[in-house]
Design a protein around this ligand. Structure first.
Ligand SMILES: C/C(=C\C(=O)SCCNC(=O)CCNC(=O)[C@H](O)C(C)(C)COP(=O)(O)OP(=O)(O)OC[C@H]1O[C@@H](n2cnc3c(N)ncnc32)[C@H](O)[C@@H]1OP(=O)(O)O)C(=O)O
Length: 284
C-alpha cells in the first residue's frame, strides 16, 4: 500500500457552514445521560462541549459503511479502508452560546499531518469550527481525529483489563463505568452510528477490541463536568484535551482533577499510572 501522504496530496476540502436552533430539549436529554445536576445545566446557556449534541449530520442509511460511519464525508480523508478515532481537541469560549437562539457553525480544515505512532502510520486531521450567534463569534473549537488505513494489525491487544476503581489522592474524583445503555443513548444523542460503541460482536470480532469502546467525547465531557461541578467560582473558558488510550464498557475508571489558580488538570485513569485521557480546563 502507498504511504498515506500519497492519498492526501490533492485533498483540500473547503469550509462549510451549518445552522442549528439550539433546542434546549437536547441539552436536557444530555443532562439525563450524563446525570448532570439540575443547577449545572442552564435554561439559557449551553454548557462547555455540549454543542456536540447539536449541528448533527444524518446521512441516509445507504450512505453508511459496514462500520456504521458514512462512507463519504466532507472532512473524511480519502485513504483506503479508513479506521477513525477521536484523538483530542481544544475549545475556547468567549461567551457561552445561548440556548433557543439560532446559531451558525463554520468548519474548515485546519491541519492534516501524517505521523508514525507505535501502532503504525496514521493521519491526524484537525477541523476548526467557529460558532456565532447574531453575527458575534462566541466559541472556537478544534477537533483532532486520527485515521489509519487497512485492517487492524494488533489483534486483541487489550486482554488484561482493569476490574476495580484505582486509588488516587487527587482533590477531585469521580468514579465512572461505561455501560452499553449509556453508550447507546450517547450514540443516539450525538448521531454517531459507529458500531464500536453499541455492537459488541462487531467491536470484538471486526475491530479486535476487548469490548464496546467508550466514546472519546464522553471522556472529555466527564473531565470538563467534574471540573465544572467542583470549582466554585468562575466559568469554564477553555478546554484542551487528549485521548490517549481507549476505555471499554465495563471498565471502572476514575476521573481525577487537581485545581490550580485559574485552571485544573484533569485525567481519566484505570490505574495510578495508566492515563487514558487528560485535559486542562481553564476558568475565567
Ligand atoms: C466519537 C468518535 C470516535 C471515538 O470516540 S473513538 C474512542 C475515543 N478515542 C480513543 O480511544 C483514542 C485513544 N488514543 C489512542 O488510541 C492513541 O493515543 C492514538 C491516538 C491512536 C495514538 O497512539 P500511538 O500509540 O500510535 O501514537 P503515539 O503515542 O506513539 O504518538 C505518535 C505521534 O502522534 C501524536 N499524537 C498522539 N496522540 C495524539 C492526539 N490525541 N492528538 C494529536 N497528536 C497525537 C504524538 O504526539 C506523536 O507525535 P510526534 O510528533 O511526537 O511523533 C468518532 O469517530 O466520531
Amino acid at each position: 500500500m502507498a504511504d498515506l501522504d500519497t492519498y492526501l496530496e490533492e485533498w483540500e476540502p473547503g469550509p462549510v457552514t451549518d445552522t442549528d436552533s439550539l433546542d434546549p430539549e437536547r441539552s436536557q436529554a444530555l443532562a439525563a445521560v450524563l446525570e448532570t445536576p439540575r443547577q449545572l445545566f442552564g435554561e439559557t446557556e449551553l454548557a462547555p462541549l455540549w454543542h456536540w449534541v447539536y449541528f448533527q449530520e444524518w446521512p441516509p442509511h445507504s450512505a453508511l459503511g459496514s462500520d456504521g460511519h458514512p462512507t463519504e464525508g466532507h472532512f473524511l480523508p480519502p485513504i483506503p479502508d479508513r479506521r477513525r478515532m477521536f484523538a483530542g481537541g481544544r475549545l475556547n469560549i468567549t461567551q457561552p452560546l445561548q440556548l433557543g437562539q439560532p446559531a451558525e457553525r463554520t468548519s474548515s480544515l485546519a491541519q492534516v499531518v501524517v505521523k508514525q505512532g507505535r501502532s503504525g502510520e496514521m493521519v491526524f486531521v484537525t477541523v476548526r469550527s467557529e460558532f456565532r450567534q447574531g453575527g458575534a463569534l462566541r466559541v472556537v473549537e478544534e477537533q483532532d481525529y486520527v485515521y489509519r488505513s487497512g485492517e487492524s494489525t494488533t489483534k486483541n491487544p487489550h486482554s488484561e483489563r482493569p476490574r476495580q476503581v484505582p486509588e488516587s489522592t487527587s482533590e477531585w474524583q469521580l468514579e465512572f463505568t461505561g455501560d452499553p445503555v449509556r453508550l447507546f443513548r450517547f450514540s443516539a444523542l450525538t448521531a454517531n452510528a459507529h458500531r464500536i460503541h453499541y455492537d459488541e460482536p462487531y467491536a470484538r470480532e471486526v475491530e479486535s477490541y476487548p469490548g464496546l469502546v467508550v466514546h472519546g467525547p464522553i471522556l472529555a465531557m466527564l473531565m470538563t463536568e467534574l471540573a465544572r461541578r467542583s470549582r466554585t467560582t468562575g466559568r469554564v473558558a477553555t478546554v484542551d484535551y487528549r485521548l490517549r488510550a481507549p476505555v471499554f464498557a465495563g471498565e471502572p475508571v476514575l476521573v481525577t482533577g487537581e485545581p490550580e489558580t485559574d485552571s485544573a488538570r484533569m485525567a481519566v485513569v484505570t490505574a495510578p499510572d495508566a492515563v487514558m485521557a487528560q485535559a486542562e480546563v481553564g476558568f475565567e
